[in-house]
Design a protein around this ligand. Structure first.
Ligand code: BGC
Length: 765
């Protein structure tokens, strides 16, 4: 039966939901021509109402309960759904499709950002691993678990470049760097989708938030973005493009405006850049309520106009505000929107459903009822081993004086801090379907590791914050922070008592996970005062002090860095976080993570990042001069630079040797160094290559990351690390927005962080 007959049959035959399955068996997946024929024929059968229904992406909520959604599905008013995450729930929804006229299956999406059931480190932590295998493992398992719950799409990866840690969503992205984020974007999408998003262990990736959401002014959530085109294309756009080049099926449109025009009503962004220049053929969805938001942005007079603007600009699906459902029909009747414009969006939705395999089988990923897990949250559905391995790679050792770390499993250890015993916090924000009661805390990890070899004394010491307004804020939507009602001093005294009995103090301090989330911008980046008071008291005991940080953004840690003997950044490291952290604290794993974002000394320095322009009066710390680009009231530069992170062993890096001192488009060169493990332990490190275009038609950054490699070295072992440098690596968007290289001198830097680098140079002919 050909596809034409198939659609005819579909309309005639009501009843069985496996209709598509029976009839389309044998239609090969992802074959564009077949898909086009199929979708075109389907669209011919659709009324305008049914088409508009396909553009509606809905979520259950107090105003829109399941029963109402089910009724709307039966009435062909829904195209897809998100936030419904168990097989039985999803199946109940998908079952309704059979009562609709055309039986077009829905797709089901969710924000699986760093794990579905097994929670991996937050994205910023994944980025800190600089370990593509670890990142791919996390995304493959996320996809597997997401598909196993019957879902078809993840609203991930989030690849917004973030250079302002006041913004709570820096936790969700991969940090400040364009190259690192682009590599991770590509890796995540490839791992989520494989080469077929309909495959049993795959889901479609919906990359977000297009575009530039990470650059909101002042780090204030949902704020304005205003940016030069050269910065936009050189620094902020490449990660989205990298995700699309890896085949991402979807794009989520950002909530912010871009140079005055909201992304949601921005045809330049959604048509010219995304579709015309980048040739994106997939599905665009608005962010939550963003179409209605156009009125508040002040570009649409009312919701009706907003719906017209969004559709015309290229937003295919409407997330959660039903603006298309309410207004498109009337807009078409009035000639404000053409049916062709509606069709364009509908085609993208149906194509995505085809790619998800839903026309071949509406129960794709769901399977029969008999395949449902007896217990959705069963332990057997988790991937703990992989989560622990990945989490270990994400930890960054910031300081380690007198070899305070690793700890020995003997004597007495005082473990202090509310975060050491918080299952909810260790998972981080956007923890999808992860269950806090399955997460391993540091307390639990330490107890297991120590057994009866040493004494472990635990004291809470302080609440994460004692500020009642902040506690209320954090508990607004989820009761996540439960404060100990005891007076602060009583808790501190208890911790000090434990510390005095101990050989070493491990203080786990930082943010509640909800502080680093959507809608969680901060003006200060310090550890909350209650915990700083605790640290002060612990320091006064004179005992060696190990600070273990849990947080979702760079914090200002100048004072903590002064008082700590050792400091370990652990982000929010997921379900197996407590095990991973303990592995590192006791030296069962040697840390190799490197910062994906600069840690400033003070909020006032923000934005502070690696790939800055030099200015005409750069500051030189060796020869400080008043009339240079600096602050006079602080030590200039970061506390911890991009790419920084220590190991329990030491490495030396040789001078850089180049295969040639000139290069051309046809003759790339190689840059190599020899890295040696000069210490006593095996360890891994990340060798980083940076380039600088010394003189060009526009100012170019003082250095830009262009490649990196993670290597493992046994004590005394050395390895040669070779990077190929191509002419393409030297290209940038010039002031005409042409992507080209320019002949001249280039500096090459190689090292183990962005500041401690070996340098040489070559000429591009
Ligand atoms: C966020 C998106 C998310 C969506 C659906 C929005 O508020 O900005 O990142 O995908 O909600 O949960």
């Amino acid at each position: 039966m050909n596809t034409h007959h198939l659609i005819g049959a579909l309309v005639l035959m009501a009843g069985s939901t496996s209709l598509f399955a029976e009839q389309t068996a044998g239609i090969p997946q992802n074959q564009v021509k077949e898909r086009e024929t199929f979708v075109s024929h389907l669209m011919k059968q659709m009324t305008l109402d049914e088409k508009i229904g396909q553009l509606n992406l809905v979520s259950v909520g107090p105003d829109y309960p399941k029963e109402a959604i089910m009724a709307d599905i039966r009435a062909d008013k829904v195209g897809g759904m998100f936030n419904t995450v168990t097989k039985p729930d999803i199946r109940r929804m998908q079952d309704q499709v059979q009562y609709s006229r055309l039986k077009i299956p829905l797709f089901y999406a969710y924000d699986v950002v760093h794990g579905q059931r097994t929670i991996f480190p937050i994205s910023l932590g994944l980025a800190a691993s600089w370990d593509m295998n670890a990142v791919a493992t996390s995304a493959r398992i996320s996809a597997k678990e997401t598909a196993a719950d019957g879902l078809n799409m993840t609203f991930s990866p989030m690849v917004d470049i973030t250079r302002d840690p006041r913004w709570g969503r820096v936790s969700e992205g991969f940090g400040e760097d364009t190259y690192l984020t682009s590599r991770l974007a590509h890796e995540m999408v490839s791992a989520y989708q494989g080469n077929d998003p309909s495959a049993p262990n795959a889901v479609m990736a919906n990359v977000k938030h297009f575009a530039l959401y990470g650059a909101v002014e002042g780090g204030r959530e949902y704020n304005t973005v205003d940016m030069s085109l050269t910065r936009m294309f050189n620094d902020y756009m490449p990660p989205y493009k990298a995700a699309l080049d890896a085949g991402a099926g979807g794009v989520m449109v950002a909530l912010n405006s871009v140079n005055g025009i909201p992304a949601t009503s921005n045809p330049w962004l959604l048509q010219e850049v995304l579709r015309d220049q980048w040739k994106f053929k997939g599905l665009t969805v608005s962010d939550h309520g963003a179409i209605g938001g156009l009125v508040l942005h002040g570009v649409a007079q009312d919701d009706r106009q907003a719906a017209a603007m969004a559709l015309k600009s290229g937003v295919d699906m409407d997330m959660a505000d039903n603006m298309y459902g309410k207004y498109l029909k009337g807009l078409v009747a009035d000639g404000m929107v053409t049916e062709k414009e509606v069709d364009r969006a509908v085609r993208n939705v149906l194509n995505a459903k085809w790619d998800m395999g839903l026309f071949a089988d509406p129960y794709r990923h769901l399977g029969p009822v008999s395949s449902d897990p007896a217990d959705t949250n069963a332990e057997s559905r988790l991937h703990r081993k992989e989560a622990r391995e990945v989490a270990r790679t994400s930890l960054v050792l910031l300081k380690n004086e007198h070899e305070t770390l690793p700890l020995q499993k003997k004597g007495t250890i005082a473990l202090v801090g509310a975060l050491a015993d918080s299952q909810r916090d260790v998972m981080g924000s956007w923890s999808a379907a992860g269950k806090a009661n399955q997460a391993v805390t540091v307390l639990q990890g330490m107890k297991e590791a120590i057994g009866d070899k040493a004494t472990l004394l635990y004291a809470r010491g302080a609440n994460i914050t004692n500020d009642p307004a902040i506690v209320d804020f954090l508990n607004q939507y989820e009761k996540q922070v439960i404060n100990d009602p005891r007076p602060a001093q009583e808790m501190i005294d208890e911790a000090v008592k434990a510390a005095k009995k101990a050989d070493v103090v491990v203080a786990v301090v930082g943010e509640a996970q909800g502080m680093a989330h959507e809608a969680s911008s901060r003006t200060e980046l310090n550890i909350p005062q209650s915990q700083r008071d605790l640290l002060k008291a612990l320091k006064a005991t004179g005992k060696p002090l190990v600070i273990v940080l849990m947080n979702g953004r760079p914090l200002t840690l100048t004072w903590e860095n002064e008082i700590a003997d050792a400091m370990l950044e652990t982000w929010f490291s997921g379900t197996e976080g407590g095990h991973a952290i303990t592995d590192v604290l006791f030296g069962d794993y040697n840390p190799s993570g490197k910062l994906p974002m600069t840690f400033p000394r003070s909020v006032g320095q923000i934005p502070l990042y690696n790939s800055v322009l030099n200015t005409g009066r750069p500051f030189n710390p060796q020869k400080p001069n008043k009339y240079t680009s600096r602050y006079f009231d602080i030590t200039n530069g970061p506390l911890f630079a991009f790419g920084y992170g220590l190991s329990y062993t030491q490495f030396s890096v040789s001078a850089v040797s180049l295969s040639a001192t000139t290069m051309s488009a046809s003759a790339p060169l190689t840059a190599r160094v020899t890295v040696k493990n000069t210490g006593k332990r095996s360890g891994a490190t990340i060798v980083q290559l940076y380039l600088q275009d010394v003189a060009a038609s526009i100012s170019r950054p003082v250095k830009e990351l262009k490649n990196f490699e993670k290597i493992d070295l046994a004590p005394g072992e050395e390895k040669v690390v070779t990077f190929t440098v191509n002419e393409k690596d030297l290209r940038f968007f010039n002031d005409k927005l042409k992507w080209a290289s320019e002949p001249g001198k280039f500096n090459v830097f190689i090292g183990l962080d962005s500041q401690d680098l070996k340098q040489t140079s070559f000429l591009l002919k």
